[in-house]
Design a protein. Structure first.
Lengths: 866, 496
């Protein structure tokens, strides 16, 4: 502090570009070091050093300032306060900085060091690296003096001038919060769309939301409060067009003053304010109604209105940055920033510069591109019904045009609305009141079970490409490499179904560690010991069906599909890589049968969901993989059966001649037996189908339903659901045989092993051992969701007919499952995250990011035999 | 895998001298694929049979240094293939040269021979065996081996029997070269220089062979056939043949300067510049477009539209192997060329065709080549004067075409959009059966009315005017290729 004890407080917005202005030697760098973090300050000297190895090389100035502007731009884009330490005494040096601040919608602030020239000359003389003469200082100082009165005009929103060494020494920087920054306010809120003078509807909406209204002696509502402390947030356009603008203002102003409501400005408030202040505005779009209604009010009320309107901020950032409210919405980049552009977006929205056939501006669909973390609630453009678009929602449901007045309860995400009493104002563009809005209006207090969503039918390529890191609730950060994303993009684009259906892709599954006994490569003991080591005692052993993985999304009715997923059709069935299962008619038939079974089992009602997502295996294997079976498995079998008997016979003839071919003949006969066993192995999983006849579907998990992901449910529940489907339609649905085991109980493990032997000796593929409780966490995070234990004969299909020969087995046992394990866990985490995002009602791009990630990971190099 | 060679020319046991293998011994040789055994099931003065039995080590095969996609379940341990051909050469090296110091006259003489290969994959049908061995003096029998279950019909394998009077060294050379030709598998299993040797072994008799073109192209076509590894893994995860996934552009023919072969085996093909693009790679059944220079006509028509539009910046969306991109880069009036494809292989081929790494800086600066997808929105595709979707839309699933419309006409919104696609009505002119598509990856082909309906609707929805044209010889069924030119309308109130 200074000797005098007087401090000079310099207010600086938290997010701003601070431009230091002063001649060389004025003490700018020293000041910056004292008041800002070193990383917040970018000095031109430093940049000169970076580009020219010499901080005083004036010939490098142009490049140095390029670098300075570049760094400052990156910091501002990231929302970081930035201090520019350069002389900045010439207007042409400051102009690009003001421009930079505007580009990033932050406020430019100047701190001017207007010190006597003598002080600076003395300081420079003391520095051996500053060899320029005092004439330079004098020239800079005269430039600075000439600049002083112009700084505000140049665009600086705050200008602090320090005129003496003492003032510099006494200065204290105070970082001030922006008006729009209410991140500390966490609600709960009831966010209300455009009221437009519809006082009666506002009163009944508030009442339906539980607010208690109070009136002044004349009986006019002047205040409302919620017993649970909820607060209303008004999205602007309280005024104009409607029957009682003064009444609406009276109530909202009372609530805002009392702290039970927040309100942002709408374009109609902006114009009304200008009109009330006597500015020359075109009286249109319902302004006349407001002016005439207000003219009947006393002067004191009009003055209070002017004061209220003048104080309205254009947007608020609430609840730690998770909620943004603005009249016309706000793109992610502009949230929490301050500029003319921000205000203009908030009040008027973004337009394409074109007008439609009704003469109204064509709006830019910013919400369809929206990728922000914050939920954005807005009004401005009347819509038939509120719906989610990428975590944004327009709550202007055209009350004044005869629609309804709508609120969204936050954080509950429930919509409430009341119907308009009548059409108060004819819209310029015909306004359709949707059936959905009418239904919602019929039961004002009851939030709709499923709020409609409108997902853009085209996602942005930046949502999926390039190297990515996806945060999940299970594995903190899952990295996707660029090359794998590129492969996934090709497959997703060329072969996959509509991303609006594709809520999930199944993860790969690891086999157990390699067994070293009984002539086996995989043995149940390894599964039990692995889970025992992870602290999982109860496991379920499920029969592993040998077919093709199928994910089934089934909707109760086509209307549910359109409303929830925005796609016509009753659902979809897809493969491990997102390809549609079967052609259109067969898929439709499969969905119909599934829908009927789900309905008959009462699952839509039980889960309170109009749709269900099932994980299943579809059999026979030949139904989907017929081509592969013919071209590869059956082909190998045919070649073996053609070559080996001929070889056996040639060897027998040679032996008859007395040649010693005994060992070779033995081996060849063994190969023939192996080839026969191989043929039997693949043919077990093939049978003819005609249409759906012969097709079996074995669901083994209910992945998700509206508002819920079910990974945390015990497998007993999932299997019971599967059993109910199997009893509803035993022809199509196959049950999944299973036994439970206790990994700490040797007898229990032995019994499960015996069950596995019986299963595989009868031709079964094998089993999957899973933690009985479903999702399980161990010491090191989540544990493998399942470990497969495949049977001896089945593995011929994987490792070739001769893998059981001792020499081959010995070499195959050196397989390493580590990478596969890691991959399985990362894919599992991404899949669960996708389902959680679906359950939370997050936008499609957030879901697709995870699903795409699973596909990308699937293209990582891992031994495909595992 | 097994091969037997029998002669009935007395004394038949002289076969042992010709093969340099004694009829009363069982001999084993280590070869790259495993162990080769030679023994004689029969050895009398009237009839002598030598057998070559190759025991392939299936585990080593997969785990060996071989490149590409390997699988434990494969036919290499059983069927004759390039792997077997290499073993044949290793074991009968001297016999292949025709040298026999003991019986030089016999080695130079055509003798009666019977050859049996019980499992040979004969790609293209059993009759092909007759076409390639017949002209060399063999009587050919090729019986198809059935699949199991029998309801699946015959496999691609045949039990091959050749009888004829042929010099033994010639017979061995025929087998050495032609067994892999019939197998027609990708040569994952043998090194590149072995493939080169196979080709050279044809010297002397291949030049006059009526199937010379097929024989040489089957080698060259598969020399470097490596499916993008990441895509192959995705195919494998979903029980699909990798070739069915990585099929955005046709397999590349080896170009002349890469081929190690003597002149007579160089590919009798058009220059790479005229190589067919995705649209006509697998034209069935008579490859009609190969006969017509339709690909060239189509490019010329598209270039004509672009020139006429006055476009300076042009997008080639779905550039395939880059034939159009190359033409665009050649014209300096196109100051900016944005070529994209979703297929990594297509981008590689385009880069190679354009010799991207050797391109002059001025041309290189005009070209942007990157992966994009037409079913995602991509801001990098915005702001172009014109864009071309040449033979692209028919590769998109019908229920995803809507996404393409939005991405191209809604978001990228070039001033002019040129779309070409096959005219299904014209397929009959090629003798194609009803319902057949011109390419395996075509998801649909439109007739003229369907194309017009689609284009008119899209134009209306996105503020474009549209006009139509045909490319190629018009018939009553229309031209083989249909073309639509969309021109963006200035919307009312839009800033000039």
């Amino acid at each position: 502090m200074t000797a005098g004890g007087v401090t000079r407080e310099l207010g600086i917005p938290e997010l701003s570009l601070v431009v230091l202005v002063g001649v060389s030697g004025a003490g700018k760098s020293t000041f910056a070091r004292a008041h800002f973090k070193p990383t917040e300050v970018i000095s031109s000297d430093f940049c000169r050093g970076v580009v020219a190895d010499d901080e005083n090389d004036q010939s490098a100035s142009a490049d140095a300032f390029d670098v300075l502007h570049y760094i400052a731009g990156k910091r501002l884009a990231a929302g970081r306060l930035t201090v520019v330490d350069a002389t900045n005494v010439q207007p042409e040096a400051r102009a690009p900085l003001v421009q930079l601040a505007r580009e990033h919608d932050v406020l430019p602030v100047a701190i001017v060091f207007d010190l006597p020239a003598s002080v600076c000359v003395t300081r420079n003389a003391a520095r051996p690296d500053r060899d320029f003469g005092s004439h330079v200082i004098r020239r800079q100082r005269s430039q600075l003096r000439a600049s002083l009165r112009n700084l505000s005009r140049e665009g600086f929103r705050a200008v602090h001038v320090l005129r003496s060494e003492a003032e510099v020494a006494s200065a204290v920087i105070t970082r001030t919060r922006l008006y729009n920054d209410l991140r500390h306010e966490s609600g709960p809120f009831d966010v209300i769309g455009d009221v437009h003078g519809c006082r009666a509807e506002l009163e009944s909406l508030l009442a339906s939301l539980g607010y208690v209204l109070s009136a002044d002696p004349a009986g006019r509502p002047v205040h409302a409060a919620h017993p649970a402390g909820r607060r209303a947030v008004f999205l602007g356009d309280l005024v104009d067009r409607g029957p009682d603008t003064p009444g609406v203002l009276r109530l909202v102003m009372g609530m805002v003053a009392a702290g039970t409501a927040l309100c942002v400005a709408g374009n109609h408030e902006d114009k009304l304010l200008r009109a009330l202040r006597g500015r020359n505005v075109t009286v249109s779009h319902g302004l006349a109604e407001s002016l005439s209604q207000l003219s009947a009010e006393p002067e004191s009320f009009r003055a209070a209105v002017i004061e209220f309107l003048d104080g309205l901020v254009s947007h608020y950032v609430l609840d730690g940055g998770l909620l943004v409210v603005a009249h016309a919405g706000l793109s992610q980049r502009l949230q929490g920033r301050a500029s003319g552009r921000v205000r203009s977006f908030c009040l008027y929205g973004q337009t394409t510069g074109e007008t439609d056939e009704f003469g109204l501006p064509v709006r830019y669909p910013w919400a369809e591109d929206y990728r922000g973390r914050a939920m954005v609630l807005y009004g401005h453009t009347p819509v038939p019904a509120a719906e989610w678009v990428n975590n944004t929602m327009c709550l202007d449901t055209g009350c004044v045009f005869g629609g309804s007045l709508t609120a969204l309860r936050y954080p509950e995400r429930a919509v409430a609305s009341v119907p308009a009493g009548r059409v108060y104002y004819e819209p310029a563009r015909p306004f359709a009141v949707a059936a959905a809005a009418a239904v919602a209006a019929a039961a004002p207090a009851a939030p709709a079970a499923v709020v409609a969503r409108r997902e853009p039918d085209v996602l942005d390529i930046r949502d999926v490409t390039g190297p990515r890191v996806i945060e999940t609730g299970y594995v903190p950060r899952v990295s996707i490499r660029e090359a794998n994303a590129a492969a996934a993009l090709e497959v997703m684009s060329r072969f996959a179904i509509d991303p609006r259906w594709l809520l999930y892709l199944p993860p790969t599954m690891s086999p157990v560690a390699t067994a070293d006994h009984d002539g086996l490569l995989e043995h149940p003991d390894e599964a039990f010991s692995a889970y025992r080591a992870d602290g999982v005692r109860q496991v379920v052993c499920e029969e592993k069906h040998m077919g093709s993985r199928a994910v089934v999304l089934v909707c109760r009715a086509p209307a549910d599909a359109v409303s929830r997923f925005g796609v016509p059709g009753g659902g979809a069935v897809w493969t491990r890589t997102g390809r549609p299962f079967f052609g259109g008619a067969l898929m439709a038939a499969l969905l119909d049968r599934t829908r009927d079974a789900v309905a008959a089992a009462g699952l839509f009602d039980e889960l309170g969901s109009p749709w269900l997502l099932l994980d299943a295996e579809l059999m026979p294997w030949s139904a989907k993989a017929g081509q592969l079976l013919r071209d590869q498995y059956a082909a190998v079998g045919a070649a073996a059966r053609a070559a080996l008997p001929a070889a056996v016979s040639a060897l027998a003839t040679a032996a008859a001649r007395g040649l010693d071919v005994a060992a070779l003949a033995d081996r060849t006969r063994g190969r023939l037996a192996n080839a026969d066993a191989f043929g039997a192995a693949y043919q077990r999983y093939c049978w003819p189908v005609a249409g759906l006849d012969g097709v079996r579907l074995a669901p083994f998990a209910v992945l998700a339903s509206e508002g819920a992901a079910h990974a945390g449910r015990p497998h007993a529940w999932h299997l019971s659901v599967a059993a109910r489907l199997a009893s509803a339609d035993p022809e199509l649905f196959a049950p999944t045989r299973h036994v439970f085991a206790d990994t700490a109980d040797a007898a229990s493990c032995a019994a499960a092993t015996a069950w596995w032997r019986e299963l595989t000796e009868a031709g079964g593929e094998g089993m999957v051992v899973k933690p009985a409780d479903g999702l399980a966490r161990g010491q090191q995070g989540i544990v493998q969701p399942g470990l497969k234990v495949r049977g001896r004969e089945y593995l011929r299909i994987i490792y070739g007919p001769d893998y059981t020969d001792a020499a081959n087995l010995a070499r195959l046992r050196s397989r390493a499952v580590g990478r596969k394990r890691s991959l399985a866990l990362r894919e599992y985490a991404l899949g669960l995250e996708a389902l959680d995002r679906v359950a939370r009602g997050e936008p499609l791009w957030r879901v697709h990011e995870c699903v795409f990630g699973v596909l990308a990971l699937e293209s990582e190099p891992v031994d495909p035999r595992l | 895998m097994l091969l037997t060679i029998t002669t009935t020319r007395p004394p038949a046991t002289d076969l042992g001298f010709l093969l340099h293998k004694h009829p009363d011994r069982v001999q084993s040789f280590g070869v790259s694929a495993g162990t080769a055994h030679v023994f004689y099931p029969e050895a009398s003065a009237d009839r002598c049979t030598a057998a070559l039995l190759l025991e392939v080590d299936p585990v080593a095969l997969v785990r060996g240094p071989g490149e590409g996609i390997t699988n434990y379940v494969n036919d290499r341990p059983y069927a004759a293939s390039s792997l077997f051909a290499v073993a044949l050469k290793d074991v009968f090296r001297t016999a292949l040269t025709g040298r026999c110091e003991a019986l030089p006259a016999l080695a130079a003489t055509a003798i009666p021979l019977e050859i049996r290969v019980p499992a040979l994959r004969c790609t293209g049908g059993a009759e092909l065996a007759g076409r390639v061995f017949g002209p060399l003096g063999w009587t050919v029998s090729a019986a198809a081996v059935p699949l199991e279950p029998a309801s699946w019909g015959d496999s691609a394998y045949v039990d091959l029997r050749l009888t004829g009077v042929v010099r033994l060294a010639d017979a061995l050379n025929h087998l050495y070269v032609l067994l892999p030709v019939l197998d027609d598998a990708k040569h994952y299993w043998v090194s590149t220089d072995e493939v080169d040797k196979l080709v050279r072994a044809g010297a002397g008799w291949l030049a006059g062979h009526p199937e010379k073109g097929l024989i040489s192209s089957r080698y060259l076509a598969h020399r470097r056939q490596l499916t993008t590894a990441a895509l192959a893994r995705l195919a494998e995860a979903d029980d699909i043949d990798p070739a069915d996934l990585d099929n955005a552009v046709p397999e590349e023919e080896a170009s002349a300067d890469e081929a190690p072969s003597p002149d007579e085996t160089s590919p009798d093909e058009t220059s790479p510049d005229e190589a067919p693009t995705a649209g006509e790679a697998e034209l069935a059944p008579a490859e009609p477009e190969r006969a017509l220079p339709l690909a060239g006509l189509r490019r010329a028509a598209v270039l004509g539209v672009l020139r006429e539009s006055g476009a300076r910046s042009v997008g080639d969306f779905g550039c395939g192997d880059g034939a159009l991109t190359a033409a665009l880069v050649r014209e300096a009036t196109f100051a900016r060329v944005v070529a994209t494809d979703v297929s990594a292989r297509a981008l590689q081929q385009t880069a190679r065709r354009l010799r991207l790494d050797r391109m002059p800086e001025a041309s290189r600066a005009r070209l942007e080549l990157f992966q994009s997808s037409l079913t995602y929105r991509d801001d990098r595709l915005g702001g172009l004067d014109a864009a071309v979707l040449m033979e692209v839309i028919e590769h998109v699933d019908p229920d995803r075409v809507g996404a393409l419309e939005r991405a191209v006409f809604g978001f990228a919104a070039p001033g002019t959009v040129v779309v070409t696609t096959p005219n299904r009505e014209h397929n009959a002119e090629y003798g194609m059966p009803e319902g057949a598509l011109r390419h395996r990856d075509h998801r649909f082909e439109w007739d003229r009315a369907e194309f017009r309906d689609w284009a008119t609707r899209v134009a209306g929805a996105h503020g474009y005017a549209v006009r139509f044209a045909g490319v190629g010889a018009e018939s009553a069924a229309g031209a083989p290729t249909q073309l639509a030119v969309f021109t963006r309308l200035e919307r009312p109130g839009a800033a000039a």
